[in-house]
Design a protein around this ligand. Structure first.
Ligand SMILES: NC(=O)c1ccc[n+]([C@@H]2O[C@H](COP(=O)([O-])OP(=O)(O)OC[C@H]3O[C@@H](n4cnc5c(N)ncnc54)[C@H](O)[C@@H]3O)[C@@H](O)[C@H]2O)c1
Length: 310
């Protein structure tokens, strides 16, 4: 693979996240990344992105990713679009000779995942997925500590992610299965699945991309609405639970949110440590209670801090 001193980069999808990447390219790594093109079917989105470049005439703007690939012939592209488009855009970019940084989730089915991985190998190009927690200090620190055996055997991992997507994403592509291919667990929640596996060094044994918990429809919609979007599973003897509730951040009374979050995190973790203890007696109940107490302290401090944020 040839070394590139400067990467000529195209951005496919100029929404909130695409513009976030653009901001970083323009401000933090303009010596190694030269943005050559922007593509988005939405005129306001691509114009907003172009404005960030100072309406630079060297940055070409297109309504489709095909036009961007053909006209600018970039070395690499960032793909930051609704999930259903990822597969075709990755395949098209690889076919056009580009390296690809694709946003998560990579694709929407196991079959598509296998297809894009095979295409990247055949093209001898880098296909990276933007699971950015791999580069963030707390996760690197924890991974190192786990892998060096510093914190002993890990028997329980608890993850929490809450965003106001029920209200904030009404009518948007994230709440349309045909475009998002899944609910919040499939979207920002997939960061948690990714990082737990990365930190613990575990490998997935089964790939399921369309389990009932990943959908927003029918009873699942109700589950999301009431903030009970909890995924708990036993994995190779390790108990992992992932909370992706929406409801708390949709409550109009801001002062109530931290309080409810504390109760929610505390109670759910308390239930969880009970389950962990039942299925894995290696976690003693006094350790479990200490853990629950620790969670409460961290939750109170973290959420008090969050409540003070504007
Ligand atoms: N890694 C992270 O932390 C992180 C954070 C936020 C979003 N994301 C991911 O980034 C992607 C985009 O999310 P977002 O928050 O920017 O959404 P967004 O709705 O703000 O932007 C999506 C953009 O894609 C455009 N688009 C739609 N169809 C297109 C097509 N066929 N070709 C090109 N552009 C098209 C839309 O017009 C819109 O401007 C998703 O995959 C999302 O999961 C990742």
């Amino acid at each position: 693979m040839a070394h590139l001193d400067v990467i000529r980069m195209g951005i496919i999808g100029c929404g909130g996240n695409g513009r976030g990447h653009l901001h970083h390219y323009l401000t933090h790594c303009s010596d190694v990344v030269q943005v050559v093109g922007l593509a988005d079917p939405s005129k306001p989105a691509r114009e907003e992105a172009w404005k960030m470049t100072g309406n630079d005439p060297a940055v070409k703007v297109f309504a489709s990713h095909e036009a961007l690939l053909k006209r600018t012939r970039p070395d690499a592209v960032l793909i930051s679009t609704p999930h259903v488009y990822h597969t075709q855009q990755i395949l098209d970019a690889l076919a056009a000779g580009c390296h690809v940084l694709a946003e998560k989730p990579m694709v929407c089915s196991v079959q598509d995942a296998q297809a894009v991985i095979a295409a990247a190998k055949a093209a001898d190009k880098v296909l990276a997925i933007s699971y950015n927690r791999h580069t963030q200090g707390p996760y690197i620190y924890t991974r190192n500590a786990i892998q060096a055996g510093e914190i002993g055997e890990v028997v329980f991992v608890s993850c929490w992610q809450s965003q106001n997507w029920w209200a904030a994403q009404q009518g948007q592509w994230r709440q349309k299965m045909a475009l998002s291919c899944g609910g919040q667990l499939n979207d920002s929640g997939s960061h948690l699945l990714d990082i737990v596996l990365w930190m613990t060094g575990l490998e997935p044994e089964t790939e399921i991309m369309d389990g009932p918990l990943s959908e927003i429809s029918g009873p699942q919609l109700a589950l999301c609405r009431w903030g009970l979007f909890v995924k708990q599973f036993l994995y190779s003897g390790l108990f992992i639970q992932i909370f992706v509730p929406w409801i708390i951040y949709d409550i109009p009374w801001a002062w109530l949110r931290p309080l409810l979050s504390i109760v929610y995190v505390f109670l759910l973790n308390l239930v969880a440590v009970g389950v962990v203890h039942a299925v894995n007696p290696r976690l003693r109940i006094d350790q479990a209670m200490r853990y629950a107490g620790g969670v409460l302290v961290v939750a109170v401090l973290g959420l008090a801090y969050a409540a003070m944020m504007p």
